[in-house]
Design a protein around this ligand. Structure first.
Ligand code: OOB
Length: 540
């Protein structure tokens, strides 16, 4: 096992095995079996490209040989930053088969995030697209490579520029590989984060395959499923809830698309006869509005999943009548626990709750400030433990003590209530994070970047309510000099190479921070101040 990855205590691991959660499956083995079972059936559709399960399996083997020839070995970390293209899945399955670990970066991550995760994971390679959405990843790679001595290879899907072309690595397989054990960590995923530096989440073959198998069952996937991947598949939700991997587990077809606009997506749903797709609330809003005027043909679409951020009951109620499909709410986290409303749940549950845990072995506790369980139905801090929830972040001993209880429950940072049927309602959050329509911004991380500006004396980042995204970010700044401008701050952050969604939506200059009774900055008061200011602005 890769060092630095906390794992489940022996008695829990045995229980999860004995109960049949962990069945010893690996990703490499899963693809091999699907190729044997579904051979010529299409696994991936992307534009005009069609890749069958048999082709995918063979292409992955060729790529394993190519990665091996480059010197990539079991346990090596490889940062993968690719958009929704078939090469994403080919590269990941090849790394899985080799026992090397993809470290999933989001397409919007920039120099700051990529340099940090490459350094921290001591990655040996970085896999990118050439250009996507107008951004040239080769330029980014040049900067990252110059700063990260462990990075030996940059591999490009597309025009390689000064780097290695992924397409040149597909090589006739000559070597034999030992499949990794199913209890090994398969990959590292980024946490939404609450701390100054992003945390990495180690997921094993056993635990992750359990989560996607169960997801596929709950979402009633089978070989006739057509799953449209709209959200970036590096994210846990479209990757495995049930996502592209759950669909492949069930032998269905994955359709990859890079944008979420109704212009692109509605015709595709009709053409590819998509049966299920997953979005975040702002995308659901756009689709609902567009569908009213355009009346698209969505006749094959059975399920729209909405998750990643709170979906308002008011909008949730419109899904069936406007899109003609069922809504499924998904409340999950990259650390593990995923909750779904079930497809046969009554409308009231589907609209008003964020679902219930997918596994009977998920343990849920709703507690007060002293970790004492609150009464059923009351709001409290959500803690969880189970067969696919991690027991600790990668190489983060100190932080793990805060994020996990001594008996292994993960402190989700969410405030929730539990009803008598086991359904959860997310009521808020006690973690210092802004959920910008599903994109997570750790306040402390952004604060640290802003503090690096020489004109900034102090800063506090808070969420402001937003009708479309749910929340946006507001940075309250105490400047050294009154001449500091909002533009200067935004340009500074962009130049530092921060992901665009982390650039604050609003900057407020302030003389002093309101304080709590114990002398800490009162973010609650700052949130109230900005809400009042915004509502008086909109009324004037
Ligand atoms: C998903 O994963 P992450 O890791 O980006 O973010 C997790 C956090 C949760 O702790 C919660 O604060 C928030 O995102 N969240 C929701 C939510 N789904 C996620 N808050 C309210 N309502 C929801 N439905 O976001 C994620 C991972 C797997 C499946 C789905 C979402």
């Amino acid at each position: 096992m890769l060092s630095g990855c906390p794992t489940w205590p022996k008695e829990f691991a045995e229980q999860y095995q004995n109960e049949g959660c962990w069945r010893g499956e690996t990703f490499g083995g899963m693809l091999r079996q699907r190729a044997a079972a579904y051979g010529e059936r299409i696994a991936i559709a992307s534009g005009e490209r069609r890749i069958s399960y048999a082709d995918l399996d063979a292409r992955v083997d060729r790529l394993v040989q190519g990665f091996h020839n480059l010197g990539i070995q079991a346990h090596d970390r490889v940062v993968v930053q690719l958009p929704n293209i078939p090469e994403f899945l080919e590269a990941c399955f090849a790394l899985f088969r080799l026992g090397a670990l993809p470290v999933f970066a989001l397409p919007l991550h920039r120099k700051s995030e990529i340099t940090y995760i490459s350094e921290f994971s001591e990655a040996v390679a970085y896999i990118i697209a050439d250009v996507d959405s107008g951004f040239d990843y080769r330029d980014l790679a040049l900067q990252v490579k110059a700063n990260v001595p462990t990075l030996q290879h940059v591999i490009v899907a597309g025009e390689p520029g000064p780097f290695i072309a992924l397409s040149d690595l597909y090589t006739e397989p000559v070597s034999q590989w030992q499949e990794p054990s199913s209890s090994e960590v398969a990959f590292l995923q980024l946490s939404g984060g609450t701390t100054g530096l992003p945390k990495l989440i180690p997921r094993t073959h056993d635990d992750y395959i359990y989560s996607l198998r169960l997801s596929a069952e709950i979402c009633l996937l089978d070989e006739n499923t057509v799953y449209l991947a709209v959200l970036p598949i590096a994210h846990n939700y479209p990757l495995s809830s049930p996502g592209v991997l759950g669909t492949m587990y069930a032998g269905g077809r994955v359709v990859l698309v890079r944008g979420a606009s109704p212009d692109e997506v509605f015709p595709l749903i009709s053409k590819e006869q998509v049966t299920i797709t997953a979005v975040v609330p702002p995308i659901a809003l756009i689709w609902l509005d567009a569908a009213v005027s355009r009346r698209p043909d969505l006749s094959h679409l059975q399920v729209l999943q909405v998750g990643g951020a709170k979906f308002s009951a008011e909008v949730a109620r419109r899904v069936r009548s406007t899109l003609g499909c069922s809504l499924q709410q998904v409340f999950g986290m990259a650390e593990g626990l995923v909750n779904y409303t079930r497809l046969d749940d009554p409308e009231d549950i589907i609209v008003n709750t964020q679902g219930r845990p997918m596994s009977p072995y998920d343990e849920i506790r709703i507690v007060d400030e002293e970790d004492r369980e609150v009464e059923l139905g009351k709001v409290g801090h959500l803690l969880t433990r189970g067969p696919y929830t991690i027991r600790g972040y990668y190489k983060a001993e100190e932080h793990n003590v805060k994020s996990f209880t001594t008996d292994g429950f993960y402190r989700t940072g969410d405030l929730a209530s539990l009803n008598s049927s086991g359904y959860l309602v997310v009521e808020g959050r006690d973690k210092d994070q802004i959920n910008r329509g599903g994109d997570k911004v750790a306040a402390e991380e952004l604060e640290n970047h802003i503090l690096a500006h020489p004109g900034v004396h102090d800063v506090a980042v808070v969420a402001i309510p937003d009708e479309f995204l749910g929340e946006r970010t507001c940075a309250f700044i105490i400047p050294h000099e009154s001449s500091l401008t909002v533009t200067e701050i935004k340009v500074f952050l962009r130049e530092r190479g921060l992901a665009p969604y982390k650039i604050p939506d609003r900057v407020e200059f302030i003389d002093t921070f309101p304080k709590t009774r114990v002398g800490k900055v009162s973010k609650k008061t700052l949130r109230e101040q900005i809400s009042q200011k915004l509502s008086s602005l909109s009324n004037s």
